[in-house]
Design a protein. Sequence first.
Length: 229
Amino acid sequence: MGKFVRPRVPGTTPLGCWEVLKQGNENWSKRRRSDETAASLKQVQSPFAVVLACSDSRVPPEVVFDRGIGDLFVIRVAGNVLDKHVTGSIQFAVQVQEFTKLIVVLGHQRCGAVEAAVQGLKLPEPLATLVNALRPAVEASRHWPGDPVENAVDANIHLTTKQLTDLFGKDGAVVMGKRYSPDTGEISDPQPWKPQKIELHRLKPVPPRSDKLLRKRTGFQRLDLLNFN
């Protein structure tokens, strides 16, 4: 059997690309008529897992987990960052509809949003706000050995997993942090969290209520005090 070769997109214009999508939908709608699972989901849905993933086109959760329509409640945003809109979507699935108690935070190798945060690129709004949301992960992993981007990817997974556990753990939800490799196609655990090394002789007096301000600005406690055990 020959190696599968994905056909090139016919056309380089937006309208040409739309025609490809339109044809794909026509193909899907024809298959759907004989698909019992799709037919049973016309009125209701019952996903068994929530997945917070990056928008990267190489990391579609339904594909990398080998699942079908109706299986996963997916929220995708560049850098799999957490904000009120993302949290509200997860709340809908876990607390309101009670679809599932499993939440998966799925980061991935060579994340472009994380790379931008590591490089400290000057970006236009609102992209700058999104990338700035990854700064806590960059700062937390700054002294980790190895690749700074991959370290920040893992730190972001840990921080987001902890924040979601704090929000939904009381409801019995289990939050799992995972990373996907486009190189191998495998999903694995991120590297273990490494607490920051605090050099006591460089510490400056802490202004009153500084921890409260940090929590207000980032949503996290002091990074050197976070415990992931």
